[in-house]
Write a protein that binds this ligand. Structure first.
Ligand SMILES: Nc1nc2c(c(=O)[nH]1)N[C@H]1C(S)=C(S)[C@@H](COP(=O)(O)OP(=O)(O)OC[C@H]3O[C@@H](n4cnc5c(N)ncnc54)[C@H](O)[C@@H]3O)O[C@H]1N2
Ligand code: MOO
Length: 408
């Protein structure tokens, strides 16, 4: 286990280094573009065609030669979108529409609001800028250029870009397979009656949703009884079918907290107990996977829902980012805001759940009043985690570094 700090707690940075050390991107698979939403490109895609494929008009209007500016010209052809034009006849203009190809010979387009229709033809203004309203071939994508880089996440615009090339299939990273286990004999899944002493399992849908957003596939999700042998069995089983095993609860110091001991016995406990709030008892390590003699990463999140939520953003997201070879998932964007509250911290760095108010000249971070790790209400409107260093006094107006939970 890595060396501990004086407080006996390890830094978040040390934990992230231990977790990500040696993590390599997973293998790739080919999927149809239709089903590639949110997947991560395994290889860069080169453009094979220019977009647009030819010079075309940005406006509904008339194409002409710049040398004919100020003249009245007959309309010699009508170029509808989807129909290739013929070369422009001398001393004439072409009726043209947005997206229609520019006829050879024409070098500008005048929008129809700027011309005058006369019995002799179309009268054009005397002054027309060069190349007016012409969108050049390849101005969006040039053939041979990199259309999308390896590691890009295929969201809406990227999918449009692939379609613009006529591409139907892409090579993407396999989704990290995650096994999610929940410890705690008090837990019941919604849909079942709640007996005295029981609570509903909030972590299950919450982590499932977060993991899917981070690009993972949850292949197994289920309870683990509060018993050492059962915990060992479930961890062993989980490691066989997954790339990452995540547990919640059972990592603290009570005698019903078996996860850490089971991990210690079965695999490697790399690091335990972090100088962060919430999430102090978080445990990180590796479990052996017998079927291919490899190791899978283990993340033991504390049971309190807020500790699990914050731990997922801080640790599971970058882990998925590394398994997917996707830089945007590897770290959270930082944003600086003025504190809209007073706070003081003890020995642990506090990741406070804040909502961001975007004003004209500054961003104000508002903290949810109750920052306890069992109060999931604090996460509902949290746009960011404000990082408050240990032993600090924060006064309203102070500058805060925040991790932006984009689209949380
Ligand atoms: N003596 C000490 N006690 C505790 C310490 C400590 O240092 N010394 N640390 C506290 C901190 S900080 C945390 S965080 C918790 C974490 O404990 P565990 O990870 O072992 O979690 P549990 O004890 O299993 O559960 C904690 C809490 O969360 C509820 N829970 C658990 N799973 C779920 C779920 N899936 N859905 C909803 N709620 C869940 C559980 O009922 C407990 O209330 O330990 C402190 N104790
Ligand atoms: O560290 Mo715990 O997650 O604050 O309650």
């Amino acid at each position: 286990m890595a060396k501990q700090q004086g407080s006996g707690l390890q830094s978040v940075e040390a934990a992230l280094n231990a977790l990500l050390d040696g993590v390599e991107a997973l293998s790739s698979e080919t999927v149809s573009v239709e089903h590639a939403g949110s997947r991560v490109l395994a290889e860069s895609v080169a453009a094979e065609r220019d977009v647009p494929p030819a010079d075309n008009s940005a406006m509904d209007g008339y194409a002409l030669r710049l040398s004919d500016a100020g003249k009245t010209l007959p309309v010699s052809q009508r170029v509808a979108a989807g129909t290739p034009p013929v070369p422009l006849a001398p001393s004439s203009c072409a009726r043209i529409f947005t997206g229609s190809e520019i006829p050879a010979g024409a070098d500008c387009v005048v929008m129809q609001e700027a011309i005058e229709e006369t019995p002799e033809g179309i009268r054009f203004p005397a002054s027309i800028p060069e190349g007016n309203n012409i969108r050049r071939r390849g101005c969006d994508v040039a053939s041979g250029s990199t259309l999308l880089s390896a590691g890009s996440r295929l969201e809406a615009a990227a999918l449009g870009h692939l379609a613009g090339q006529g591409i139907t299939g892409v090579s993407v990273r396999r989704r990290p397979r995650v096994a999610l286990l929940f410890t705690g004999d008090e837990l019941v899944d919604p849909g079942k009656p709640l007996m005295p002493g029981q609570i509903y399992n909030s972590n299950r849908p919450m982590l499932q949703r977060l993991l899917e957003r981070f690009g993972a596939e949850v292949v197994m999700a289920g309870p683990v009884p509060d018993c050492y042998e059962a915990t060992c069995d479930r961890l062993r089983q989980a490691a066989e079918g997954a790339d990452v095993v995540v547990t919640t609860g059972g990592v603290s110091v009570g005698e019903e907290d078996h996860v850490k001991h089971a991990l210690d016995a079965l695999g490697t406990l790399d690091l335990w107990r972090l100088a962060m709030r919430p999430g102090k008892p978080l445990a990180l390590g590796r479990l052996p996977r017998e079927k291919d003699s490899t190791q899978v990463r283990f993340v033991g999140l504390p049971g309190n829902p807020v500790s699990s939520y914050v731990g997922a953003w801080l640790f599971l997201r970058p882990l998925m980012g590394h398994l997917l070879g996707c830089p945007v998932l590897q770290s959270l964007p930082r944003v600086y805001a003025s504190a809209g509250f007073d706070a003081h911290t003890q020995a642990r760095r506090h990741y406070m759940r804040v909502s961001l108010e975007f004003g004209q000249d500054r961003i104000v971070a508002h903290a949810f009043a109750d920052q306890s790790s069992n109060v999931l209400s604090s996460c509902i409107d949290a746009d960011a985690l404000a990082i408050v260093p240990p032993f600090s006094d924060i006064a309203a107006g102070d500058r805060l570094e925040c991790l932006w939970l984009m689209g949380h």
